[in-house]
Design a protein around this ligand. Structure first.
Ligand SMILES: Cc1cc2nc3c(=O)[nH]c(=O)nc-3n(C[C@H](O)[C@H](O)[C@H](O)COP(=O)(O)OP(=O)(O)OC[C@H]3O[C@@H](n4cnc5c(N)ncnc54)[C@H](O)[C@@H]3O)c2cc1C
Length: 453
């Protein structure tokens, strides 16, 4: 069996390693246009901020490691055309521009995503940078050295992590977003307010509710960002306004969502026989709504890549779908969320209710007992949980993984009240705060009317 893989970051690496183990006789070739494989973009902010000193730690595989599994890794090779009828790839060797064809029996598309770059005046100026891959992160580090003021456009999790990293390195920082709140996709206002407050205390300028209209420059380098509400003098701009699936190659050959995300079934099969896809190039089944959604995360990528391998020959192992669970640390705040926010539910016109509790996470007699705020969003009629958010100075983010499981298994908020969680004063109270949220949401029991004699 000849297996061709396009792209070798998280989804690609997971698919390759597992395919090599499961089918030792398979002839596997991976084409990757970068000069590296398996880069952990998740470490970019830590690398830029200086917490990760050795960039080698940001890679977990290499062509040598894959060769040990019998895999042929072709870096600096771009797949420029795919013919899924003839099962042929056209590949360009980037070093000399030579092109050649390669045939496959099974194709794995793990071409990932690319940052959204709006067509704005001045977007091509020097010092307007992206944050996606290893070379981007090195360029950011190099350019930031000489910058006094840095503007980050986009207050999603990548933007806010970079803002913290730049501020910690002594830069003046402005964060722009056209939404009124930071992290608005992940958190409701009670939570994002706390992060904004932490940013303001550190002197970070928040330009929220402002849309970037153009960039102006001097000597070819960006020097000013123009928004619909004002101007910001700056030395460096990092664009973090989101990602789009990198799937031009497959247009017209496999079914896609309107944004270009490849639609796969629960076995990671595309609409074309023998073509599989995984990771940021795909849509995922989003359990809270039961619909396909575009949620580019490394967690989805490694799971889907692994499933491609398990299902490559015979449909064997089903994808469970996702809640888009994610976590974040900004200064002293540990934040995590899973599923839908209340705001997102309103946009989806879902009839939901929510419960929010704030408590000390462990007994007050302990030497410290930080406060935790937890919100759980649930469907008003079925009482099924659809989302949750947590924030605390204590590290309690794993509880969102617990709630992710609950949502996946369609549990109700009332069941959460009485789920068995352990108690130990080092860690929690007799009622774990997750139980407490369920208890707070329990409907009242009406006493029966006194009988009339
Ligand atoms: C700054 C940052 C921080 C992040 N933090 C987190 C986090 O904390 N947690 C989390 O879960 N996720 C995080 N993510 C998201 C995560 O990195 C992505 O979801 C993940 O990288 C997706 O993996 P992938 O393999 O599907 O795609 P990609 O990482 O996009 O990789 C696709 C690969 O395909 C190659 N390729 C594409 N087209 C071709 C072609 N035609 N020929 C040859 N090669 C091709 C590309 O060069 C690339 O290497 C972060 C992302 C960024 C940018």
């Amino acid at each position: 069996m000849k297996v061709a893989v396009i792209g070798c970051t998280h989804a690609g690496t997971a698919a390759i390693v597992n395919t090599a183990k499961l089918y030792p006789d398979a002839e596997i070739t991976v084409y990757e246009r970068n000069d590296n494989i398996s880069f952990l973009s998740c470490g970019i902010a830590l690398y830029v901020g200086g917490l990760v000193k050795d960039a080698a730690g940001l890679f977990y595989s290499s062509p040598e490691k894959l060769a040990g599994l019998g895999v042929n890794t072709r870096m600096l090779h771009e797949v420029i055309k795919v013919d899924t009828d003839r099962k042929i790839l056209q590949v360009r060797r980037m070093e000399d521009g030579e092109t050649f064809e390669d045939a496959y029996d099974k194709l794995i598309v793990t071409t990932g995503s690319w940052p959204i770059v709006p067509k704005l005046e001045g977007i091509d100026l020097e010092h307007v940078l992206l944050a996606k891959n290893y070379s981007h992160s090195n360029l950011i580090i190099e350019k930031a050295q000489h910058a006094n003021h840095i503007t980050v456009v986009g207050a999603g999790y990548i933007g806010v992590e970079l803002v913290e990293a730049f501020q910690a390195n002594g830069k003046q920082v402005t964060l722009i977003d056209s939404e009124e709140r930071v992290l608005n996709k992940y958190l409701d206002a009670e939570f994002s307010d706390k992060i904004e407050e932490a940013f303001r205390k550190k002197g970070i300028q928040l330009a929220l509710g402002q849309t970037v209209e153009s960039f102006q420059g001097q000597n070819g380098k960006v020097s000013r960002v123009i928004t619909d509400k004002g101007e910001i003098e700056t030395d460096l701009v990092i664009l973090c306004i989101g990602f789009r699936p990198n799937t031009e190659l497959m247009k017209g050959q496999v079914d896609m969502l309107p944004n270009g995300a490849i639609i796969v079934n629960k076995y990671m099969q595309t609409s074309k026989k023998d073509v599989f896809a995984a990771g940021d190039s795909c849509s995922v089944h989003y359990n809270p709504t039961g619909k396909n959604a575009y949620i580019p995360l490394a967690t989805n990528a490694v799971r889907m890549g692994t499933l491609v391998a398990r299902n490559l020959v015979t449909p064997t192992t089903e994808y469970l779908g996702t809640q888009g669970t994610s976590g974040l640390k900004i200064y002293h705040l540990n934040i995590a969320s899973t599923g839908l926010t209340e705001g997102a539910c309103k946009e989806e016109r879902l009839n939901v209710d929510s419960v929010t509790i704030t408590d000390h996470y462990r007994p007050e007699f302990m030497p410290s007992s930080e406060s935790v705020t937890l919100k759980v969003v649930f469907d008003k009629d079925s009482r099924r949980m659809v989302g949750a958010q947590i924030i605390s100075e204590a590290e309690l983010t794993q509880s969102m993984n617990t709630l992710s499981v609950c949502i996946q298994n369609r549990m109700t908020i009332d069941q959460l009240a009485f789920v068995d969680f352990f108690f130990q004063p080092h860690y929690n109270k007799p009622w774990n705060f997750l139980n407490s949220a369920g208890l707070a949401a329990l409907p009242e029991i009406k006493a029966p009317e006194p009988a009339h004699v």
